[in-house]
Design a protein around this ligand. Structure first.
Ligand SMILES: Cc1cc2nc3c(=O)[nH]c(=O)nc-3n(C[C@H](O)[C@H](O)[C@H](O)COP(=O)(O)OP(=O)(O)OC[C@H]3O[C@@H](n4cnc5c(N)ncnc54)[C@H](O)[C@@H]3O)c2cc1C
Length: 330
């Protein structure tokens, strides 16, 4: 795919490129309309018959969609159509939100980052082979999670509902650590959704992974001023060195007010924030190696790995140790 370029939609009847929000939201209200950005997940979903849109509404030409800017309150606003490659290299992101830059840089491959957008990254569908392979799993209307009794080595180790898939978005992990807000727009207006409510666990709903209502889309992501800067860590462990989803990842921040946030990826339906008592212990500092080991184990105390993924406990513990040590000793 070309840099920021277009894709050829597969069977959709029409493909719209609105340049105003009125036009985009009105198009999205038509039956069978779906939002589209870089198409790196959407086209495979269409090819696999998971979605069958009549109209694709390309959201990449809307006002401020590709803008990255600090607002007057010092919050960092990132348009939903900003590509992952831009996120990985933008000087403002590097200066204020380096964990997000690292998360974006870790996604897939260079062509994928050049086409894929932040909005699409947050709204991508889950990567379970049963779901994608048209198996009658819970998300496909079946009455059991095929992965729970089948092949589950890449799935979650914390239970967040009947479906045990791990959310695939790398950017979501950093944004959860920032306690970012997602600016959402729909025909009935605009609203700001806290990141912890934007991605929803399978206990809440199975038909989608976000709390977006019908016809609603992501307009921008806002990282609050208090989460910018400080110390930031993002580490992603993959099975192979590139072009892969996280087995486990971690975003860890020590904000300028000294508060610590620790969020794991690849372990649950949603980014998994460790309990705040552990974050407080890390924030208080003065940690020995034994203390760090104890905190890492405490963070994983409630994990219930599946038949094929207990190895994720070791990876998560290792990433927690590395991230805590970096925050504690910098
Ligand atoms: C080989 C491969 C490897 C990958 N590796 C990774 C990885 O390592 N880490 C990772 O995080 N992801 C990975 N991905 C997933 C994904 O393709 C990218 O993360 C990308 O960011 C998706 O963005 P997009 O703009 O292409 O979204 P699209 O494909 O255009 O859309 C994805 C979904 O979001 C919806 N959508 C798009 N934009 C919006 C919006 N603004 N508001 C509401 N809904 C919207 C679409 O309807 C669709 O359902 C990978 C994908 C592939 C094919």
């Amino acid at each position: 795919m070309a840099r920021g370029g277009s894709f050829t939609p597969m069977p959709a009847q029409s493909y719209l490129t609105p340049t105003t929000w009125d036009a985009a939201l009105s198009a999205l209200q038509q039956p069978g309309a779906l939002p589209a950005s870089g198409g790196t997940d959407l086209v495979p979903l269409m090819r696999d018959g998971i979605v069958d849109p009549e109209t694709l509404v390309d959201l990449r030409h809307l006002p401020r969609g590709r803008e990255i800017a600090l607002d007057t309150d010092g919050n960092l606003r990132i348009g939903a159509a900003v590509t992952l490659d831009t996120l990985a290299h933008d000087p403002l992101i590097a200066a204020h939100a380096p964990a997000l830059a690292l998360a974006a840089a870790s996604v897939g491959s260079q062509p994928l980052r050049e086409a894929g957008t932040l909005g699409g990254n947050l709204c991508q569908r889950v990567r379970c082979w049963y779901y994608r392979g048209n198996h009658p799993c819970l998300r496909r209307g079946g009455n059991l999670c095929s992965a729970e009794i089948g092949e589950n080595q890449y799935h979650g180790i914390f239970r967040t509902g009947g479906c045990v898939v791990a959310h695939p978005s790398d950017c979501a992990v950093a944004l959860a650590a920032y306690e970012a807000t997602i600016d959402v727009r729909g025909a009935s207006g605009a609203r700001a959704v806290p990141m912890r409510e934007f991605l929803v666990p399978s206990s809440a709903r199975l038909d989608q992974e976000t709390s977006l209502g019908a016809g609603e889309v992501v307009e921008a992501v806002v990282v609050p001023a208090g989460s910018l800067g400080g110390q930031q860590v993002f580490i992603k462990q993959m099975q192979r060195a590139a072009w892969d989803f996280a087995l486990v990842s971690i975003a860890a921040t020590r904000r300028n007010d000294s508060e610590v946030r620790l969020v794991l990826g690849g372990v649950a339906n949603v980014p998994w924030r460790v309990t705040d008592s552990i974050e407080e212990d890390v924030a208080s500092g003065g940690l020995s190696d034994d203390d760090i080991e104890t905190l890492a184990q405490r963070a994983l105390y409630d994990a219930t790995p599946l038949s094929g993924n207990a190895y994720k406990l070791d990876i998560a513990a290792a990433l927690l140790r590395r991230a805590i040590a970096r925050l504690a000793r910098a």
